[in-house]
Design a protein around this ligand. Structure first.
Ligand SMILES: [Zn+2]
Length: 72
């Protein structure tokens, strides 16, 4: 369940500190982004798989919520 892949989060360019938005899927798939301001290539790295784990946790929470709603 990767509905959240198209949730946008804010990213700060490591070079110019420009803040822009990128979808979580870009981070999960470790895609490279181009800073909208200084055009530097930002290599997204999810070293520990933290985004993936985070998404899984959120999916679990959503499933839990569905279970709760079913009971109501
Ligand atoms: Zn930049």
């Amino acid at each position: 369940m990767f509905l959240l892949d198209y949730t946008y989060i804010s990213i700060n360019c490591p070079q110019c500190k420009y803040c822009f938005e990128a979808p979580l899927i870009d981070i999960r798939l470790e895609r490279s982004l181009i800073c909208h301001n200084c055009k530097v290539t930002i290599r997204l790295q999810d070293d520990s798989g933290s985004t993936h784990n985070g998404l899984r946790d959120i999916s679990k929470v959503m499933n839990d919520l569905k279970q709760i709603f079913k009971k109501l």
